[in-house]
Design a protein around this ligand. Structure first.
Ligand code: FES
Length: 161
């Protein structure tokens, strides 16, 4: 799910209704609706859950369960810059784990959060398809491979000024 808007935007009922209508109420429509909502708004507001549940004849708990199961559904607006560090196996084996603390310190926000000023979001991603160049990261949609702590510092300095 890499086709997100550059910025997270507020939930808009009319746009969400259009997304729901595009998929209808057929079985299996939940994930496509959530993906489209992510692409449209950049995050899934809790306020989106009731209308989606109602349209698909699901309980709110069912929709919420799917939302929390998949890491890729962002539940709060993203910062102006989004840094994704790969937390999947190949990157972990290649030293990705040590980059987490480095990024947290450098960006001043723990993994999975956005800093207080909304400047940057740091979050894990589970494989960028760049395993041969592990450890890898994506910064505002741009991929960076073979990261060392020093290279990560340089990438972050460039991205968050
Ligand atoms: S495991 Fe990190 S890019 Fe595949």
């Amino acid at each position: 799910m890499l086709d997100r808007p550059a910025r997270s935007t507020p939930f808009d009922e009319t746009q969400l209704a259009r997304i729901i209508a595009d998929h209808g109420s057929r079985e299996g429509a939940l994930l496509p609706i959530l993906h489209d909502a992510m692409a449209e708004f950049g995050w899934i507001d809790d306020a989106m859950v009731p209308p989606i549940a109602e349209a698909l004849n699901l309980s709110r708990a069912e929709v919420h369960g799917v939302l929390t199961f998949y890491h890729d559904f962002r539940r709060a607006p993203a910062g102006r810059t989004v840094v994704k560090l790969c937390a999947a196996e190949a990157c972990q084996a290649a030293g990705g784990r040590s980059l987490v603390g480095r990024a947290e310190e450098r960006l001043g926000t723990p993994m999975g959060t956005t800093d207080g000023e909304g400047a940057v979001t740091l979050e894990p991603v589970y494989c960028l398809g760049l395993c041969s160049m592990a450890p890898a990261a994506m910064v505002d949609g741009r991929i960076h491979g073979r990261l060392t702590p020093e290279r990560l510092d340089a990438v972050l300095s460039e991205a968050v000024r």
